[in-house]
Ligand binder design. Structure first.
Ligand code: HEC
Length: 109
């Protein structure tokens, strides 16, 4: 049971995390706060915020697949399964409770 739970958790977040670090973190930051030079210049929203977390999974998947504003879509080069991993990962930011800290940091800028 323990192994199965571990495997499931690993499946839902970890593969996405490695790709997130490679493909998304340049703009969104490894922690999703967008606190990177590119993130600041493109004004990416902190992925912890309720503006983002309040969107449906389908909306997040759509942004990740087709892009939005200055964000390039991943639909051409990643499988749908991988893009769902990104959705889970974006959701996982909300659960870490780093949002409040990130919010107060960004409001000081
Ligand atoms: C070139 C920089 C860049 C890269 C790379 C990038 N994004 Fe974005 N992302 C943005 C910008 C800019 C926005 C805000 C778009 C807008 O609202 O106009 C955004 C928005 C989003 C949103 C919606 C949040 C919102 O504000 O509504 C999600 C979810 C997201 N990105 C996830 C990802 C994921 C997952 C990846 C990697 C597969 C990724 N992004 C890669 C720049 C980037």
């Amino acid at each position: 049971m323990f192994l199965a739970a571990f495997w499931l958790n690993g499946q839902s977040v970890e593969p996405g995390k490695r790709r997130f670090d490679a493909l998304c973190a340049g703009c969104h930051g490894a922690d999703g706060t967008g606190n990177t030079p590119a993130g600041k210049s493109l004004k990416v929203r902190d992925l912890h915020l309720s503006d983002v977390q309040g969107q449906s999974d389908a909306q997040l998947l759509n942004t990740i697949s087709n892009g939005k504003g200055k964000m390039p879509g991943e639909g051409e080069r990643t499988a749908e399964k991988v893009r769902w991993n990104f959705v889970s990962l974006v959701r996982s930011f909300a659960k870490k409770g780093a949002g409040e800290k990130a919010k107060s940091e960004s409001s000081q800028n």
